[in-house]
Design a binder for this molecule. Structure first.
Ligand SMILES: [Ca+2]
Length: 415
């Protein structure tokens, strides 16, 4: 999952359970251009040649020949994995659509049930790692619907296929070597090492490299087993992951806030950090009208612009980002955890009449902004800090609220 961190997200028409993996490999998640090489007709022959070369590279990284032999026995090129990699949707979900599903009544109820059923285990994990149990349960709920959808695709063939394919071969070869190291360590055998097509494994969808860095054996049987029905090792591994990135127990991830009339929307976004006290002085209040207590350096996030909800976010927000960097995901995890703990729904309305820009429209937005003199630092279809800054600058010149939100309206004004 550390590979997720820098990734810009795609919250496309994907099952929630596949999202972490999608994100890990989407690098912005745009639809594929027409320049991709078609798969060679002799894919299996090519795959065999690739395996021969890979064997040498894997052995150079300490993978034993017998581990390689066992893992690759009868392996076949997985065409469907390549098809999935090529056909990622260009449709991006709005944050409200995402949250409707991520924090549905069912997912809240199932989270509370999971917390009750596994209460003793989660309490021990919380005490051991100093990570609030509700956030661990929320990640479990989003990644696999509390263990219901852990992924059944054999990881070694999937990673080998993607590694042999040129598009993101280096990334997947790293995951494949990590997966072989897991087999070599004896945590699982190849037949039980399953997950999503893009390599996310087990109850909380660890990528192989993240497993090597963070997974733990909480049951004490000598194996880090994140795949079996017993979620203990997977949940403890997730807690360890969050602890390793600096989780502060008992501190908020974020809280919904109201911004005052005349608020400078140029202060929104993760780049601007202030203390809760300084935000209070600027008129930011929680939904009860009170100043927000201090939970560390805070930013004001308005993920759907000025017409949607506002959140004051804290350092724990950035810890959840290490799992998956999308604002929608982080808010989904944090809000689900709050709801499982009995907290209130998000109160603000979302601009539900809006739709998300398509990938082609995001590129068009960047082209039009650049043409109009507001540089987006390139045209890649990803709405990053440069594009947000360009949108704000454009909004100011035409008298729109400078919230930096990449809306259909802004694109329309540029045309
Ligand atoms: Ca174990």
């Amino acid at each position: 999952m550390q590979h997720l961190m820098a990734a810009v997200i795609l919250l496309a028409t994907l099952p929630l359970t596949a999202r972490a993996a999608e994100t890990a490999v989407s690098h912005g998640g745009q639809g594929m251009s027409g320049s991709e090489k078609p798969m060679p007709a002799t894919a299996n022959l090519t795959f065999g040649d690739w395996i021969a070369g890979f064997r040498t590279r894997a052995e150079a990284q300490g993978i034993h020949a017998e581990v390689m032999d066992r893992a690759f026995a009868g392996i076949e090129y997985n065409t469907s994995v390549i098809e999935k990699d090529r056909n990622q949707s260009e449709f991006t979900r709005t944050i409200w659509d995402y949250l409707d599903s991520a924090v549905s009544a069912d997912r809240i109820a199932n989270g509370r049930a999971a917390l009750a059923i596994h209460g003793d285990l989660l309490q021990r994990i919380e005490e051991t790692y100093g990570v609030d149990k509700e956030v661990v349960v929320a990640i479990w709920g989003l990644e696999s619907a509390y263990g219901t959808f852990r992924g059944s695709i054999p990881i070694i063939p999937a990673m080998a296929t993607l590694a042999s394919d040129g598009r993101r071969g280096e990334f997947f070869e790293g995951q494949l070597v990590a997966a072989l190291k897991i087999l070599q360590a004896g945590d699982v055998d190849a037949s039980h090492m399953t997950g999503s097509w893009a390599g996310a494994m087990g109850h909380t969808q660890f990528m192989p490299t993240s497993f090597l860095d963070h997974a733990v054996d909480f049951t004490g049987d000598g194996r880090r087993d994140i795949w079996s029905d017993d979620p203990a090792d997977a949940l403890a591994s997730t807690a360890a992951y969050l602890r390793n990135f600096g989780w502060q127990k008992g501190a908020l991830w974020g809280v919904e806030v109201r911004v005052p009339e005349g608020f400078d929307y140029g202060l929104t976004g993760e780049r601007v950090k202030k203390s809760a006290t300084d935000w209070a002085a600027l008129g930011i209040r929680d939904m009860e009208g009170k100043a927000v207590p201090d939970h560390g350096a805070a930013s004001i996030l308005m993920p759907a612009g000025a017409r949607g909800a506002a959140f004051m976010i804290f350092p724990n927000f950035h810890v959840i980002e290490r799992y998956n960097a999308a604002d929608a995901y982080v808010i989904g995890v944090g809000h689900l955890a709050d709801r499982i703990a009995g907290g209130p729904p998000i109160r603000a309305n979302w601009p539900r009449e809006d739709r998300a820009l398509l990938a082609a429209e995001r590129q068009e937005l960047q082209e039009k902004l650049t043409e109009a003199g507001f540089s987006t630092g390139g045209v890649d279809g990803k709405i990053g800090p440069n594009t947000i800054a360009a949108i704000r600058a454009f909004q100011r010149t035409v008298g729109l609220v400078p919230d930096g939100y990449a809306s259909v309206e802004v694109l329309g004004r540029l045309k």
